[in-house]
Write a protein that binds this ligand. Structure first.
Ligand code: ADP
Length: 475
């Protein structure tokens, strides 16, 4: 019952129409009960009657003794269907056509100066009955009051005769229009929604179908969000597939190597102690490589799932960066790369020292690795607007623009031919670096001019008294 959009729209329309009709009925009833036209008509009749009596009867009424005056007033009153009252100039009642039959009128103390010009008047008699009346001044100064009760129509009659017939007709018409409109509107809204729901069912079954963006604005935005969600799911699934393929690929090379050299030892193909030593050394290197890969993957998995612990400790960044540069000096000297450091006094930072060492180790290591002999690598650090900006640059071959945007993706390597080769990584270093920087509420960007070199810039927020920029757990 009322679960579909259509039935709810219909119900809303019906309730609205009934509500509006009730208000209209109430308003009309109150208006008709007051009945201003009939009241106006009564006044007009009273005016005519008063004029008539003033002209034709007034002479006969003036100066009559009370008993005869009463009879004369009674006769005239009956003839014109009105209550006739005669007042002396002081406003006291001389005679009343309904004396005895109706309660006496109140004292007419303040008579208007020109009674016949007085607007519509009303008095309430001693018993609370309302009377409309008009006044006429007679020649001898007495005042003629011609009164009649306001027209009263019973409520039931008003409802039955004046209100219900037109209201039921218009109500029915409005209902029919509302039902048709509701039907059309419901179809307009629900058709695209049905499409979205069938696309969602299809998605659950593994089918990806885009939905057209049509219908009202809210439904269009829903369809758009649905399509975006589907695209993201697609991308996620693709990246999961890529991830598994990459991991398998990276494991396959060392495993094949290990298997081959172990086989050589077992078969006796490596028969001299030097050959066995060499085979064992390769197995050791490859196993180490696999170990590093697995550790990196575990690290990423921990950061992804939010269980990686990021310490919140005061970090002396100046010393940290200097120690990283010092650590790499022998490696740089060996690679004939000039390694420079321009690190000024830096503000305090809160974060995980070991993780930050990992970030800059990776960047400096990459810089030295990718810089040919005779080249230069440098680390610079300076405070900028609540942040510390640390850049690691080199004069290596640079990174092509197409690769630059993907450099932080997992397993992404610029020179694919070197994938899995001896001392090279597997393309996880920068991915982990970015995760760590982001976990410190910082950012990392790469800038490069091919053949001229690359610069990686890390921005880390400095510690504030409210501790809001402290390193936090990811997720
Ligand atoms: P890897 O561990 O394989 O070096 P990274 O994630 O550290 O992986 O780097 C990804 C890719 O980015 C590398 O394959 C490398 O080609 C490229 N790259 C990283 N740093 C530099 C650099 N300073 N100069 C040129 N290329 C770089």
């Amino acid at each position: 019952m009322f679960t579909s959009i259509r039935s709810r729209l219909w119900l809303t329309y019906i309730l609205m129409i009934v509500g509006v009709l009730c208000v209209v009925t109430f308003g009309l009833t109150v208006y008709l009960l007051k009945n201003p036209p009939a009241t106006r008509q009564t006044f007009q009749r009273l005016q005519i009657v008063a004029n008539f009596i003033q002209i034709r009867e007034a002479g006969q009424l003036q100066g009559l003794p009370p008993e005869r005056l009463k009879n004369a007033l009674q006769r005239t009153g009956q003839a014109v269907s009105a209550r006739i009252i005669l007042l002396n100039p002081a406003g006291e009642v001389l005679g009343d056509s309904l004396a005895g039959a109706a309660a006496p009128p109140p004292a007419f103390a303040a008579l208007p100066k020109n009674p016949s010009a007085a607007p519509n008047l009303e008095f309430t008699d001693a018993k609370g009955r309302r009377w409309l009346y008009t006044l006429r001044q007679l020649d001898d100064g007495s005042v003629l009051v011609v009164a009649a009760e306001p027209p009263v129509i019973p409520l039931r009659q008003v409802l039955r005769e004046d209100i219900l017939p037109p209201l039921t007709q218009t109500g029915l018409l409005a209902l029919i229009v509302a039902l048709l409109l509701g039907y059309w509107l419901a179809r307009w809204i629900s058709a695209p929604l049905r499409r979205i729901s069938s696309a969602a069912r299809a998605l659950a079954a593994g089918e990806h179908q885009k939905i057209p963006i049509v219908g009202p604005a809210e439904v269009r935005s829903l369809a758009q969000s649905f399509n975006e969600m589907m695209e993201r799911m697609n991308a996620n699934q693709q990246s999961q597939r890529d991830f598994v393929a990459n991991v398998s690929h990276e494991l396959k090379t060392p495993l094949t190597s290990i298997q081959g050299f172990a086989q050589a030892i077992m078969d006796g193909a490596a028969n001299s102690p030097e050959q066995v030593q060499q085979a064992a050394s390769v197995i050791h290197t490859e196993a180490g490589r696999m170990n590093r890969l697995v550790l990196d993957l575990l690290d990423l998995a921990r950061i992804d799932s939010g269980i990686a612990e990021f310490k919140r400790e005061a970090v002396d960044l100046t010393r940290l960066l200097q120690s990283v540069v010092e650590k790499f000096t022998p490696q740089a000297t060996q690679a004939q790369v000039e390694l420079r450091a321009e690190i000024g006094a830096l503000p305090a930072l809160v974060g995980d020292m070991d993780r930050l060492v990992q970030v800059f180790t990776n960047l400096v290591d990459n810089a030295i690795k990718h810089t040919p002999a005779g080249g230069r690598a440098a680390m610079r650090a300076r405070p900028v607007d609540g942040f510390v900006e640390i850049s690691v640059s080199d004069t290596g071959p640079g990174i092509p623009a197409d690769d630059l945007s993907r450099i932080f993706e997992r397993f992404y390597q610029v020179d694919k031919s070197r994938r899995g080769g001896g001392g090279h990584g597997v393309g996880l270093g920068l991915a982990i670096t970015r995760e760590i920087v982001q976990a410190h509420a910082g950012s990392i960007t790469a800038y490069s001019i091919p053949e001229r070199g690359s610069t990686f810039t890390v921005k880390l927020p400095v510690a504030r008294p409210d501790d809001s920029t402290l390193a936090h757990r990811k997720g």
